[in-house]
Design a protein around this ligand. Structure first.
Ligand code: HEC
Ligand code: HEC
Length: 409
């Protein structure tokens, strides 16, 4: 797109700016998600952890997977955006915003990606950029929770905007990113590449089964004790530790005899001390309200009556959070999302509880596709599936009303 001379010019402009900005500030602003006032310090710390803490997982992403080399060699910003990585516009100094707007910053140069990482502007990636032989070089890279559980509002450009913490990044293709690692065998790369956008299998590296899950929201969980699709943990910290250690590669340990997992990374524990703040921050993230005009309120009212009546949804999606998770879990035979696609074993069978948790529904309008395996593309598909599998006898009009109600939550 830009001639080669542009590349070096923009790198000359951008890198010093990036490095200057880095030394001038210690990390992002509040991103517009004002935490509740209960313990502002704890919440601010938790936000830092959620957005920027790698727990030392550079050991995995740099030393083992060598992702820093791939990024520096081949991942220009347009490629990064195409695999769903997001750019935090609030981390960009005005001159960089200007340079992206007027095209003087080259979005087809991997050096620009390195500069954006140095600015702490690539959501969920943390890097160390050092001068090596006079060239600014990405020497370490790691990932944070925000990689999968934050997106941006696209207010500057598609993929570039203000952070939306807790929103699942359904554009992100984690498998495609991991598959770039030169240290993986081609057959393993092929498995990672098969997962697709918005999906990740957080057990594959432990049990060897590939059956990716839809990345869920990390918002709207306050008041709900059972975490994850299968309710494996009694507090959110259970799963936070699981992911930080066993998936991200953070330094610390995770043990659960129910799933035969016992992982210890590094010699220090960089996870445990962060868990209280991380949990407090996550619990402060409210589910987003549906946009004005996105549903028909009169039809939604009729749908609400069906939800608690003929459609029997509230027998499981009960109470203020639309879930009975705090009282019980459900056997796989109860869910309409099984069998798994491609003949994979039941997701529940790979979990600690071997059951399913009723999913809370606030903000459900925001994150299609639905069910743990994404087997329903839309809320229409969800209702249609329940109607068929549970023999609800809903008419076309009733099904449409129920969909409008779901869109209002
Ligand atoms: C590579 C992508 C990825 C990263 C990074 C990641 N997660 Fe997740 N997360 C997932 C997937 C996939 C699931 C679904 C697992 C399930 O439900 O069984 C999930 C589930 C969750 C849930 C359960 C939500 C619910 O409805 O109960 C929480 C909470 C969560 N993650 C928090 C975190 C935190 C905190 C971090 C950082 C320590 C993190 N995740 C890092 C992919 C990711
Ligand atoms: C027997 C208990 C039960 C009943 C009855 C039930 N659900 Fe569910 N629901 C669940 C469970 C468990 C899940 C999680 C399944 C999964 O992820 O595969 C779920 C998932 C969902 C989801 C997906 C949410 C997401 O984030 O992907 C929606 C939407 C939903 N249910 C709506 C409904 C509606 C509408 C009805 C009534 C027609 C209904 N449910 C009836 C237990 C139930």
């Amino acid at each position: 797109m830009h001639p080669r001379t542009d590349t070096s010019r923009s790198a000359r402009i951008l890198l010093p700016l990036a490095l200057a900005a880095l030394s001038a500030c210690g990390g992002g602003g509040d991103g517009g998600q004002a935490p509740p006032a209960d313990d502002p310090l704890l919440l601010a710390q938790g936000q830092q952890v959620f957005r920027y803490d790698t727990f030392g997982d550079e050991s995995q992403w740099t030393d083992t997977l060598r992702m820093h080399e791939v990024i520096a060699a081949a991942v220009d910003p347009l490629t990064a955006l195409s695999v769903g990585l997001k750019v935090d516009s609030e981390a960009l100094p005005p001159a960089v915003v200007q340079g992206i707007s007027d095209g003087s910053i080259d979005l087809t140069s991997p050096q620009t990606t390195v500069a954006l990482i140095a600015l702490n502007a690539v959501v969920g990636l943390q890097g160390t950029v050092e001068s090596v032989g006079g060239t600014n070089t990405l020497t370490r890279v790691g990932v944070t929770c925000a990689l999968c559980h934050s997106t941006v509002d696209d207010s500057f450009a598609p993929g570039i905007g203000k952070r939306l913490d807790g929103w699942p990044n359904r554009d992100l293709d984690p498998g495609a990113i991991i598959a770039l690692s030169p240290t993986l065998a081609p057959a393993t790369q092929a498995i990672y590449r098969s997962w697709g956008k918005g999906r990740y299998d957080p057990r594959f590296n432990l049990d060897g089964i590939s059956s990716p899950q839809v990345i869920p929201p990390a918002y709207g969980l306050r008041g709900i004790d059972r975490i994850t699709t299968t309710g494996d943990g009694d507090t959110i910290a259970y799963w936070n530790r699981y992911v930080a250690v066993t998936q991200m590669g953070g330094h610390g340990s995770f043990t659960d005899a129910r799933i035969g997992v016992d992982v210890r990374n590094g010699t220090t524990d960089r996870v445990s001390d962060q868990l209280p703040a991380l949990q407090a921050y996550q619990l402060s993230l409210d589910a987003p309200r549906p946009p004005a005009g996105s549903f028909d309120p009169v039809a939604a009212q009729r749908g609400q009556l069906l939800f608690g009546g003929q459609a029997k949804c509230s027998t499981c999606h009960s109470g203020p959070h639309f879930t009975d998770a705090n009282e019980r879990l459900h056997p796989a035979a109860d869910v309409v999302s099984e069998p798994e696609p491609d003949g994979a074993p039941s997701w529940a069978s790979r979990s600690a509880t071997r059951q399913y948790r009723t999913t809370p529904l606030a903000g459900v309008w925001q994150h299609p596709p639905y069910f743990h395996n994404g087997s329903a593309a839309t809320l229409e598909d969800v209702v249609d599936t329940y109607n068929r599998r549970k023999l609800l006898g809903l008419s076309t009009q009733q099904a449409a009303d129920l969909v409008q109600y779901l869109k209002s939550l």
